[in-house]
Design a protein around this ligand. Structure first.
Ligand code: FMN
Length: 213
């Protein structure tokens, strides 16, 4: 299958040791593709909402974080703070709170945890007072998701996590993130090795971007 060969190529390029190999079912054949590896990576990334139970190998996650902080930011302000969690008690604890706050979201078929069943979650925070923090952190997030995908690691942005994390009940978990003074959570990103099929891309509206002559 096409995606798997692409992933193996990219995984080899990353030359990381001690990490689990990607699943053969997610490969791409670059020889059949006319696109560059980067374009193929961008076009094949999908939001993944079902993951294998093992957390992302920390060596791979370190590379994902490094790619994140190499994103551009306004005047190199690097207006972000990223915290990665793979502790089951954290994930299960926040899930228990979410079940109280958003029972409908937690009653979906196949539900295991509130982070779209991911075993590893990155929390991204931005300064309260920054004109570019949200934009900077979006670029960081996309760098993280695309670099993860290049190593066979799925991801999904999770805005729905923020109100739960900001709730009174989740205060101990928010405190565990040890965010700098004057920062607030912007988004969480689920990470993990995909379980099952990679979904089709939801339709895009090409009319939203065009030249002015
Ligand atoms: C800021 C942001 C917040 C999102 N929040 C959620 C979320 O809470 N739950 C979820 O399942 N997906 C969430 N998504 C994922 C989007 O639904 C997804 O990116 C979109 O449907 C396009 O699909 P694709 O990522 O597979 O191309 C979020 C994406 C972004 C950028």
């Amino acid at each position: 299958m096409k995606l798997a060969k692409f992933m193996v190529t990219m995984l080899g390029a990353a030359a990381l040791t001690g990490c689990i190999n990607i699943d053969e079912s997610t490969n791409i054949n670059m020889e059949e593709s006319k696109d560059s590896i980067v374009i193929e990576n961008i076009m094949t990334r999908r939001s993944i909402r079902d993951y294998k139970t093992e957390p992302v190998c920390r060596e791979q996650m370190a590379k994902v974080l490094e790619c994140g902080i190499y994103a551009p930011s306004a005047m190199n302000s690097q207006g972000w703070a990223v915290r990665v969690v793979d502790a089951p008690d954290f994930i299960e604890g926040v899930t228990a709170i979410a079940k109280e706050m958003m029972p409908q979201m937690c009653e979906q078929p196949g539900f295991r945890n509130f982070f779209r069943n991911a075993p590893t979650v990155a929390f991204i925070a931005v300064p309260d007072k920054s004109y570019s923090g949200e934009f900077d952190s979006g670029l960081l997030a996309e760098n993280m998701m695309l670099s993860a995908w290049s190593m066979g690691i799925g991801s999904c942005c999770l805005g729905s996590v923020i109100p739960v994390m900001n709730s009174e009940a989740a205060k101990p978990y928010l405190e565990r993130l040890n965010l700098p003074e004057g920062y607030h959570l912007q988004v969480a990103i689920a990470f993990g090795y995909p379980a099952g099929e990679i979904p089709e891309a939801p339709a895009r509206d090409a009319s939203k971007a065009y030249y002015i002559e």
